[in-house]
Design a protein around this ligand. Structure first.
Ligand code: NDP
Length: 604
């Protein structure tokens, strides 16, 4: 009997069988070309990047000076500019390639898009803006509107440059400022610069032979073409698809959210799957204004943030305010470890407890497929055979159900991916599926180098290029400061808390730190802020004392979490957080910035 035949009989007890099955599924998907299997969107494909949402308007180039320029108008830019404004620094210019604020929430307007970390902790500055999220997991239009609300509240629109991409950033040592050039002919200076270009903002296409030859319509999910589909980002029926055969390539977190909407609207929907996602219960619901009014006492959001992190990222807390799939994951592991007598709580036993809890969880998720999907073969093919954190865990209450819709077909490629694209459709295992439209839910560039993803390089003191300095991986203190690149701040999770389950928490903390440092520099009349080489080296040494990833990435099915299953390069080793975990980092950084010493940083 093959392992696939055994699928229906597996119980959580047969760990050896599961380990072998996971490995078999992983090996099936390994490809020698790793990240190179994807196409960079340029040249003939460049139209896939066009902004379908906002027309580009003409404007005169800027040649002035600002105190702070921030690259990226997503959460990172918004929260940093907000904290700077609170500290009295209002001369902040955000440069954004989209036509408005929002970053990922500007681009991702596909039907069904919503946050999958609870709104109460995911949406930044709720308390400051007085906004009550309407749902436990808010939908994209509400999050985009919130970004605009932050922009308005802190006066960020006046100075912002939209539809503008930075092409170079050069440090001028004599003047202690950065020279910024853009695609719109701007050439202006800023004393400080912030980088919030986001980890997932460059869409990629699968390198499927024949992709350029398709004569029907096509687009990437992050540039949803509502003119073609009808409907809107609020989830109105996409009425123009009623007579269309639609193919969607990819079954990651994006596809999980938009497939139910496509299934409802399209005449025929073909979902081309290479690796199934794990899809657990979502449990979304409206937020009750009376309940919210009761809990929203001063400091509420900070308490919620700390509580979520304590529950999710290795801490302990008496209560779990958020109560969702993320906190459940950690509580289960903790419960297993607590069962062990104290003297047996060794690292190998803890890893074994983690594996046990993972097997149990994944068995539940696989069993859930059987309770929802009526066709047995489709159900079997929708089951994920890997550890839950090998890929982005998904949570949804309509995705699996969509496969019960007449006209919706799962085309499983048995790990091989789509074979080719022709003028008229998609070919899998020698069979052509004729289509009117192909939607690429193929994700974003992650493993490519920073310069390619950011679209520019930084030239720091003495002409040093950031791309050279980071050639073997990121080097920072706190994930924020880089030696040789004074007055530049990076706002992102790595080498800080690295809290992946709630990225905005990393950003709001970094924003606080940066605003305090810039205020301090102004107070003491310093023109430059720079981390010393020694402090940066010490921070990197500290990071490398950590346990690394809990799940060996070499055991995981390929994806962007593990460099597509390729041997991780030196850079991956440095893409970590504080060795004691996210909660410890947040406590540490609060103490570090509050004592006024800013140890390791030179103010000149
Ligand atoms: P992903 O990179 O997660 O998914 C890409 C999909 O395309 C995968 O299913 C991949 O298969 C598939 N694919 C690639 N090449 C081929 C091929 N040749 N044939 C068939 N299938 C192919 O992208 P997403 O846009 O779904 O998600 C990216 C990230 O964005 C998420 O992981 C998450 O971090 C974030 N996100 C967050 C959301 C939220 O918070 N609400 C919602 C949506 C996204 P394979 O798995 O085999 O590589």
């Amino acid at each position: 009997m093959t392992m696939t035949d055994q699928t229906q009989q597996t119980t959580g007890n047969d760990k050896e069988w599961l380990r072998k099955k996971y490995l078999e599924e992983r090996n099936k998907r390994l490809r020698a070309d790793g990240n190179d299997q994807y196409l960079q969107i340029k040249g003939q494909l460049a139209h896939y990047l066009d902004d379908p949402y906002t027309p580009v308007t003409a404007r005169a180039p800027k040649s002035d000076h600002v105190t702070f320029a921030f690259i990226g108008g997503g959460f990172a830019g918004l929260v940093t500019a907000a904290r700077l404004a609170e500290a009295g620094i209002r001369d902040v210019r955000i440069i954004e390639k989209g036509g408005d604020f929002g970053g990922t929430w500007y681009w991702n307007r596909y039907p069904g898009a919503q946050c999958d970390t609870a709104s109460m902790v995911y949406m930044p500055l709720l308390e400051e803006t007085g906004h009550m999220p309407s749902e436990k997991y808010a939908h994209a239009p509400e999050i985009l509107a919130h970004c605009q609300r932050i922009g308005r509240k802190y006066g960020l629109y006046d100075n912002a440059l939209f539809h503008t991409e930075v092409v170079s950033l050069d440090w001028d040592e004599a003047k202690s400022r950065w020279l910024i050039r853009t695609t719109r002919g701007d050439s202006f200076t800023a004393q400080f610069v912030g980088m919030g270009t986001g980890p997932l903002h460059v869409p990629k296409l699968p390198g499927i032979p024949g992709i350029e030859s398709f004569k029907g319509h096509s687009f990437h999910t992050s540039r949803w073409d509502y003119d073609y589909t009808g409907g809107d980002p609020d989830g109105a029926l996409m009425e123009k698809l009623a007579d269309k055969r639609i193919g969607i390539i990819g079954t990651g977190a994006t596809a999980v959210q938009c497939v139910p909407h496509l299934a409802r609207a399209a005449k025929e929907l073909y979902v081309f799957q290479r690796t199934p996602s794990s899809v657990d219960v979502r449990g979304n619901g409206p937020i009750d204004p009376e309940w919210f009014a009761e809990i929203a006492t001063p400091g509420w959001q900070q308490r919620w943030l700390e509580n979520f992190t304590a529950n999710q990222a290795g801490g302990t807390a008496d209560v779990d305010l958020v109560q969702d799939g993320w906190t459940d994951l950690n509580k289960r592991i903790r419960a297993k470890i607590i069962q062990l007598p104290r003297e047996q709580r060794t690292p190998p036993n803890m890893l074994a407890a983690f594996e046990d809890s993972d097997f149990e969880k994944m068995e539940e998720i696989r069993a859930r497929v059987d309770t929802i999907v009526r066709d047995r073969e489709t159900a079997a093919r929708l089951k994920a055979w890997y550890r839950q954190l090998c890929k982005r865990p998904c949570f949804h209450d309509a995705y699996l159900q969509a496969f019960n819709t007449p006209g919706t077909h799962l085309v499983d490629t048995d790990g091989k991916g789509v074979e080719k694209i022709t003028e008229s459709g998609v070919v899998v295992a020698g069979r052509e599926y004729p289509l009117d439209c192909i939607i690429y839910a193929s994700g974003f560039e992650v493993g490519t180098e920073y310069k390619r993803r950011a679209g520019f390089d930084l030239t720091g003191r003495g002409g040093a290029k950031l791309s050279d300095y980071w050639a073997s991986g990121m080097r920072t203190k706190h994930g924020i400061h880089v030696h040789g690149f004074p007055n530049a701040f990076f706002v992102q999770p790595a080498q800080g808390a690295n809290l992946i389950s709630n990225v905005p928490h990393n950003l709001t903390e970094a924003a606080r730190t940066i605003a305090m440092m810039v205020s301090h520099a102004r107070m003491i009349g310093a023109k430059q802020i720079e981390v010393s080489k020694e402090a940066e080296d010490r921070w990197i040494e500290l990071l490398l004392t950590g346990p690394g990833r809990m799940i060996g990435s070499q055991d995981c099915t390929p994806g962007y979490y593990n460099n597509e299953g390729q041997e991780p390069g030196p850079a991956a080793k440095l893409s970590v957080g504080h060795p004691a975990g996210a909660l410890a980092y947040f406590k540490y950084i609060d103490a570090w910035r509050s004592n006024g010493q800013f140890e390791g940083i030179e103010f000149r």
